[in-house]
Design a protein around this ligand. Structure first.
Ligand SMILES: Nc1ncnc2c1ncn2[C@@H]1O[C@H](COP(=O)(O)OP(=O)(O)OP(=O)(O)O)[C@@H](O)[C@H]1O
Ligand SMILES: [Mg+2]
Length: 549
């Protein structure tokens, strides 16, 4: 658009009103959300930058008597949010601007793709550039971000169902595991753990370390006291007797099986990650429930006799529950602490992996929270202890934990049954960064996720959001000057997203690059499938995995 076609008609500290003089030149060249640059002076170096927030159309009667035609005037409202300095071939962009100096200069124009591209790169070291998207209207303009700033703090990917979150996760992680410095063969040093609640990611990461329920070994003796109690004790009943006897016998069994020094033995406590015999604990509690003691007038019922009956039968149920084999079965007693950690972080002998995908789809719902909690806690502790033992000169091992459908493990509500996973993940949100452990939170309901988690996220990829509460959530992340681009959230196409945060110089609407290979989350073509011939079904094959749950 010809720059002489813009004329400033009003200015205040954060907003400029601009008239378009000749509407015929308008020609679809910009839309709401387009960026405009306004010169500060007449030497073409300093500019203010704003975003088109609103426009109005006025028609006025043409004064000339020969013509009956009406003249149309467009007025656009531009919210100012930053300034640009053109310096030889460089462009420096700064957020923040102190209004437009008067009198206004001519030479207002829409930012070109090249200028936008320079803004995205401004201030980012070439080695730090990370990109996974382009401008929606121009796939030749990549939107570049600062990759260190993206990964070294927590990030969130939000969007309604079908908006493209899983594909975005796959794209970002595929990029991360393939980027390399020159000079070496083999894997790079990225370490990612993905919690995959629907089992959709194996196809996207064919060389990943895939752990599903049949391979998962999550030893009960590594659970901390809260997780143990959540598993074995009816926490809602709030029965102190149950807690006390359980604690006593767990510690006793840990001590009985311990083979270290006397001094270490004394330090064993309820939370020590040491093997104990859950069957011995069960037998002891059962005995306590049946105990008789010698009274002055002969034998009488012990103090807890009959008071632990519900607890005993609950323990019995858990110990016999085939679905809990991955927590309580034979393998959980023979596996070592080291082997568990190796599997969790992809340091598997002869098969190191940049990405470990926990397929949680087969985990019974009632133990999902403690399972996620235990895995997350171990990964946090891995980062913590590695930071203590890392030797001068050796590489860091930064770990990214990505939670799909995060509202399921870290909901905003205080429900007891999510307490374990919430506590573990919130701890990582608050302290993980210091030890090289960061979070990627993926959710279709941002407004239902724990505030503690969201308030710690520094970068956001917001895809289409249809629910007003969720839209407001994202709106709050943006400065007022840019808040209005969130009006576009409900109408984004699949794969389009608003990138916001520290890693990007300018909050921008983008199209995420297609990932390859894809996660198994593609929409099912109902009509196409329905139109085919009736599908015969092998019910045995259908029921086999079903019955095992
Ligand atoms: N970058 C993209 N460009 C074009 N289409 C895309 C893009 N990303 C995803 N899609 C399409 O959008 C659809 C939904 O993608 P996806 O499964 O990633 O959404 P989702 O947000 O994870 O959904 P859900 O919440 O149900 O898990 C898919 O059919 C996919 O092909
Ligand atoms: Mg998905």
């Amino acid at each position: 658009m010809n720059s002489d076609n813009f004329r400033i008609s009003g200015v205040n500290s954060s907003e400029v009103e601009i008239e378009i003089l000749d509407a015929d030149e308008f020609e679809n060249q910009f839309s709401l959300g387009s960026f405009i640059k306004i010169p500060f002076d007449d030497n073409g170096i300093n500019f203010g930058v704003g975003i088109i927030d609103d426009y109005r159309i006025k028609s006025i009667n043409n004064d000339s008597e020969e013509s009956e035609a009406e003249r149309v005037i467009f007025t656009i409202k531009v919210k100012l949010f930053g300034s640009l300095l053109f310096d030889e071939s460089n462009v420096t962009f700064n957020r923040g601007i102190n209004g437009i100096p008067l009198p206004p200069q001519t030479g207002i124009s829409i930012l070109s793709n090249e200028e936008l591209s320079m803004i995205y790169k401004s201030g980012i070291n070439v080695n730090d550039i990370f990109e996974f998207s382009t401008l929606p209207k121009n796939s030749n303009v990549p939107v570049q971000m600062n990759g260190n700033k993206f990964f070294n703090k927590h990030f969130a990917i939000v969007g309604a169902t079908g908006s493209g979150k899983s594909h975005t996760v796959a794209k970002i992680l595929q990029k991360a595991i393939t980027m390399k410095n020159d000079g070496y063969e083999g894997l790079n040093n990225s370490h990612i753990v993905l919690f995959d609640i629907h089992g959709e990611y194996p196809s996207a990461f064919p060389n990943g370390n895939h752990i599903d329920i049949s391979e998962l070994v999550l030893p009960f003796w590594m659970l901390n006291s809260e997780e143990l109690e959540e598993l074995f004790i009816d926490t809602e009943a709030n029965d102190h007797n149950q807690r006390n006897v359980f604690k006593e016998y767990v510690i006793e069994s840990k001590k009985n099986l311990f083979t270290g020094s006397e001094e270490e033995l004394d330090r064993i406590h309820y939370d020590s990650p040491l093997l104990f015999d859950i069957y011995a604990v069960y037998e002891n509690i059962k005995a306590k429930n049946e105990e008789t003691i010698q009274g002055t007038r002969g034998p009488k019922a012990g103090p807890l006799n009959g008071k632990l009956s519900n607890f005993v039968s609950r323990l019995e149920n858990k110990l016999n529950d085939k679905r809990l084999e991955f927590i309580l079965g034979e393998d959980t007693r023979s596996i070592t602490f080291e082997e568990v950690i190796r599997r969790f972080v992809g340091y598997v002998t002869n098969q190191n992996s940049n990405i470990t995908v926990f397929n949680l789809s087969g985990i019974p719902f009632e133990v999902l929270s403690i399972s996620v909690s235990l895995i997350s806690r171990i990964l946090f502790e891995f980062g913590f202890y590695y930071s203590k033992v890392r030797e001068e000169g050796s590489n860091e091992i930064p770990l990214l934990l990505v939670y799909e459908e995060a509202h399921k493990y870290v909901p905003r509500s205080n429900l007891e049954r999510f307490r374990a996973s919430r506590t573990s993940i919130e701890r990582i949100a608050k302290e993980g960064r210091k030890y090289g452990v960061t979070l990627g939170i993926v959710s279709q309901r941002p407004s239902e996720i724990s505030e503690t988690i969201f308030s710690q996220c520094n970068n956001f990829v917001s895809m289409r959001l249809t629910n007003p509460d969720d839209q407001n959530y994202v709106k709050k992340l943006l400065p007022d000057t840019l808040g209005s681009i969130t009006n576009l959230l409900p109408v984004l196409k699949s794969g389009e997203a608003l990138l916001i945060g520290e890693a990007i110089n300018l909050p921008t609407l983008v199209l995420i690059d297609r990932c390859s290979p894809q996660p198994k989350s593609n929409d099912i073509m109902f009509l196409e499938e329905w139109k085919k011939e009736w599908e015969t079904l092998d019910f045995d094959r259908l029921l086999e995995p079903w019955k095992k749950r």
